[in-house]
Ligand binder design. Structure first.
Ligand SMILES: [Zn+2]
Length: 237
């Protein structure tokens, strides 16, 4: 039960498990001659692996159609896509509230509080959560009603995960939310928990990590948060 993880960009990650290579929310396909060490998927680098590509929704910073070009070098590649993505490509199109048995892995699909879905993937003895844009988007500039609805929607999705033993969780920690940047991760860690949590969707603002480490609210789980400081960063479970 081990895994190797690469931070690609934004909410993009690659996870190599015992038998599979999973790619989530691939977006920034530059530099063109890059590889995993630069946060870029170069299909020739993974051509001998059992590759499964996930995209949580159609927003340009979570879904790049370049993923379909990889088929030329990865004939057995599989795609698991939120059904808000419009494509005629051969893919498992998933819908919130459903579970999918892919034979060698299972995928539970949750609703997002933005658009699309969040994934809970069980593969090779690991349970991996990728939130997509499912987050507690509490904005100071929004109405009280908006923020109340948001809280309810977010909590109801996370509550449905209670009892799952998450090994690896990718969760938005977005500094644009200012004082509320930690709400989403905090609720997940207290309600479901995760052995390792990886913040994402922080843009170029790595100061979110310094802030989180010093944040009293995160004291109970800060030692389980993976600290990122550059694109292409790799760590092992
Ligand atoms: Zn997003």
């Amino acid at each position: 039960m081990s895994a190797k993880v690469w931070y690609l960009y934004n909410s993009g990650f690659a996870v190599q498990t015992a038998q599979h290579f999973l790619i989530f929310d691939y977006y920034l396909d530059k530099p063109k001659d890059g590889g995993l060490a630069q946060g870029v998927i170069n299909p020739s680098e993974i051509k001998d692996l059992d590759v499964v590509v996930f995209a949580s929704h159609s927003h340009y910073d979570h879904f790049n159609p370049v993923i379909f070009e990889w088929r030329a070098q990865l004939p057995k590649v599989r795609y698991v896509l939120s059904d808000d993505i419009r494509t005629r490509e051969d893919a498992v199109m998933v819908h919130q509230g459903n579970s999918y048995d892919l034979g060698d892995m299972s995928v539970r699909v949750f609703d997002s509080t933005d658009i699309g879905v969040a994934f809970l993937v069980k593969v090779d003895g690991l349970c991996i959560y990728h939130a997509g844009d499912l987050n507690w988007w509490h904005w100071e500039g929004e109405t009280q009603q908006y923020n109340l609805d948001m809280a309810k929607k977010y909590q109801s999705q996370i509550n449905q995960m209670a009892g799952e033993q998450i090994d690896l969780a990718f969760v938005p920690v977005d500094p644009r939310l200012e004082g509320s940047y930690l709400r989403g991760l905090d609720y997940l860690m207290r309600t479901v928990g995760a052995k390792t949590a990886v913040p994402m969707h922080f843009g170029e603002d790595y100061s979110a990590f310094t802030r989180l480490m010093a944040d009293e609210q995160a004291a109970d789980y800060a030692d389980r948060v993976e600290l990122l400081n550059h694109r292409g960063q790799c760590f092992e479970l």
